[in-house]
Design a protein around this ligand. Structure first.
Ligand SMILES: [Zn+2]
Length: 453
């Protein structure tokens, strides 16, 4: 981790430019420290100090204060699997399974996606994400440079990068796999470092790429020290398809190709045998658990308690809004905890503490960013959420973890701060404006009706 500004022996202490004060602070540090009346001091985009509100306020008397009374303060939520621009396709492929979903959505993407439309979709998605307390997302989609540009402008932490999927008529028109690899290689080589320092490469799945292609994408990711993100074992039909084609199940195949490792994030990982669970655990790979998407597409229920028991880093993902309908990690936390209770018959299988950790520190660990994100500790990036807990549906507050997971909703997010910048204040977007989002969606609507009508 970077040196702790408040505790390092620097002659110049880090200036504090914001103190978030007055709420219950859930730090999500290794000890699960809770400060009942806490404050978080932020400066130069990082957490400078976390402590009792009175003491922190007294130490930085001139710093502006962001009020968190009647609220819970959490680290920013981390969405470990999504397709942000698919928000524009919300409602176009409901009540179908994964294969039905792909059959409907891929032709729409081929017809409708452009750089401008992806930018519009990402703007809409970031408005929803930030309002719901999400500050970081791993985003697999076409025209990723347009997405990254919007995220930079909005102040959101987006892990985006080249995507590989070998199906006809790709939306970006780069049909030659070798050319796509060359372009990706050049882009990654010239990439400007950012605060996360984590390039990403996206291999869609073991059913849309053949073995040689998967090997090439894995080699590309390794060469550039990139995170490799891949859909794997989402539903039974996918497993059967890959078995028929290769003689191996998706995760076995990834292991055989050398694609499982500490830099690999598997999306879904629902249908895993005991052997595959061990392969994932032994390799150090992570899982992005998407219970709402898995339920909506009737994909199945991931073996999350077994993954956690083996020490596999598990984060939470929304998946895209075309299949999961929203980008709301509060829904994912609550639904995930309930789903595993009913599935295992054990209400503590994935409890409130465990699922909130998946949405924060666990997600950061899944992305290999645990030294920068996921908890409120000095030196970490200044990403946090203030959630109101003084409304009828959240009162009284006996256990702040339970309140956040079981009672609060995304609509209770009061402030969202990324890198020390307040991007949602009192429930209103500050960085990107509502009008801008409205215009982007209206522009998309005109484009879609002219392209399909
Ligand atoms: Zn997905």
């Amino acid at each position: 981790m970077n040196p702790t500004p408040a505790s390092a022996n620097h002659s110049q202490p880090t200036p504090v430019d914001l103190v978030v004060s007055g709420g219950v602070v859930l730090t999500l540090d290794a000890e699960d420290t809770v400060l009942p009346a806490g404050a978080v001091a932020l400066g130069e985009g990082r957490v400078v100090e976390v402590g009792e509100a009175a003491a922190v306020r007294a130490r930085y008397p001139d710093a502006p204060v962001l009020d968190a009374t009647g609220s819970v303060v959490l680290p920013g939520l981390v969405n470990t699997h999504t397709h942000l621009a698919m928000s524009l396709l919300r409602g176009t492929a409901d009540d179908v399974d994964l294969q039905g979903f792909l059959a409907r959505v891929i032709p729409l993407e081929q017809r409708l996606l452009t750089t401008d439309n992806v930018a519009a979709g990402v703007l809409l998605a970031l408005a929803e994400s930030l309002r719901g307390g999400t500050t970081t997302a791993l985003d697999m989609y076409w025209f990723h440079q347009a997405a990254a540009g919007v995220a930079r402008r909005a102040g959101f932490r987006l892990l985006a990068g080249p995507t590989f999927m070998d199906v006809p008529d790709l939306p970006d028109g780069i049909s030659d796999f070798g050319e796509r690899l060359r372009l990706a290689d050049a882009e990654l080589a010239g990439r400007e470092p950012d605060a996360l320092g984590r390039p990403s490469v996206f291999a869609h799945s073991t059913y849309t790429l053949d073995e040689a292609q998967l090997r090439s994408v894995g080699a590309l990711a390794r060469e550039h020290g990139a995170l490799l993100h891949v859909h794997a074992a989402e539903n039974q039909t996918e497993v059967d398809t890959v078995l028929d084609r290769t003689g191996r199940r998706p995760v076995e195949l990834l292991a055989d190709l050398g694609l499982l490792g500490p830099d690999t994030v598997l999306a879904h990982a629902v249908w895993l045998t005991d052997t595959e669970l061990d392969l994932v655990a032994d390799s150090g790979a992570s899982v992005a658990h998407c219970p709402v998407s898995n339920a909506k597409l009737a994909a199945g229920i991931a073996r999350v308690p077994d993954l956690v028991a083996r020490g596999v880093p598990v984060g939470l993902g929304t998946d895209g809004s075309a299949c999961a309908t929203g980008l709301n990690l509060f829904d994912v936390m609550r639904y995930g905890a309930l789903l595993h209770s009913v599935h295992t018959g054990d209400p503590s299988a994935v409890g409130a503490r465990s699922v909130l950790r998946m949405a924060t520190a666990g997600g950061a660990r899944a992305l290999g960013l645990q030294d920068r994100l996921g908890s409120l500790e000095p030196g970490k990036l200044a990403d946090l959420v203030v959630v109101r807990t003084d409304r009828p549906h959240t009162r009284p507050e006996h256990d702040p973890y339970s309140t956040v997971v079981y009672a609060a909703t995304a609509a209770d997010v009061r402030h969202t701060v990324v890198g020390g910048e307040v991007l949602v204040r009192d429930g209103h977007l500050v960085g990107i404006g509502d009008e801008e989002v409205d215009e982007a969606v209206a522009r998309w609507g005109r484009h879609a009706s002219s392209a399909t009508g």
